[in-house]
Design a binder for this molecule. Structure first.
Ligand code: CTP
Ligand code: CA
Length: 221
């Protein structure tokens, strides 16, 4: 719904949001990716916009976006990283909701590959965008990441909070059918250094976004 909140605490603030699963090309018609739909990132972008922010949504998702959201489409992790870096300097906050592929094919075939009896692909590690932002960020910039896990959710998420120098990690169980990737609902736990973990029980991704952006408003420098 195109309706801004009555108070606009993020007015004049630039917020980058990444969304969707990156696609890593194998050949002109094939790629590897993951189950992320982009719904969580897109919901966060809309909620930040409602609070008055200048939102830039960098999205690898196929989802439509409301026309009032500035969207930069990207495909691969490398392309996402370049676009995020281009937009980062004057951003007040970044929310890395994208499921960035950890690997990309070591080589991209120029022509459509012909079928053989077996196929072996080699992969190279992709750049870790959130980690780089954690190294680059200025004291006034707020960095929010996700931790997509199927086991030991909180332990792994805490490690990501520290290792990547994020201000908030949103721990996201992606191993269940009713939440996480490619569905309308989610349950998450917010992990920051200032307070004990806060679990936001199962609800729509729009409602989850309200809680996350509330946290951002309270913790914006
Ligand atoms: N991320 C990133 N660049 C990557 C991989 C992940 O910026 N190449 C970001 C994601 O957008 C997310 C956070 O890092 O905000 C955590 O992603 P996740 O996949 O949960 O963790 P990884 O650090 O990739 O570790 P692993 O997949 O091994 O759990
Ligand atoms: Ca990963």
């Amino acid at each position: 719904m195109r309706e801004k909140s009555e108070s606009l605490p993020l007015k004049g603030r630039k917020i980058l949001v990444t969304a969707g699963g990156t696609k890593e090309r194998i050949d002109p018609v094939r790629y590897i990716s993951n189950d992320s739909s982009g719904k969580m990132g897109h919901a966060l972008a809309v909620e930040a916009w409602k609070r008055g922010a200048d939102v830039v949504l960098i999205s690898a998702s196929q989802l439509d976006t409301p026309d009032y959201i500035t969207r930069i489409p990207v495909e691969s992790a490398e392309e996402m990283q370049k676009t995020v870096f281009d937009e980062f300097d004057d951003a007040d906050a970044v929310i890395m909701a994208a499921a960035v592929s950890d690997y990309a094919p070591a080589t991209v075939e120029k022509q459509k590959m012909k079928k053989k009896d077996t196929l072996t692909l080699s992969f190279k590690k992709n750049p870790d965008i959130l980690r780089s932002l954690g190294e680059m960020k200025k004291t006034n910039q707020v960095l929010i990441g996700f931790a997509a896990e199927t086991e030991d959710l909180i332990q792994y998420a805490e490690k990501k909070l520290n290792d990547k120098n994020a201000d908030l990690i949103i721990a996201n169980d992606v191993g269940k059918k009713d939440r996480g990737f490619n569905v309308d609902e989610n349950e998450v736990t917010l992990l920051s250094r200032q307070s004990e973990p806060v679990t936001i029980s199962l609800r729509s991704k729009s409602e989850i976004s309200v809680e996350v952006i509330d946290w951002l408003v309270k913790n914006m420098n």
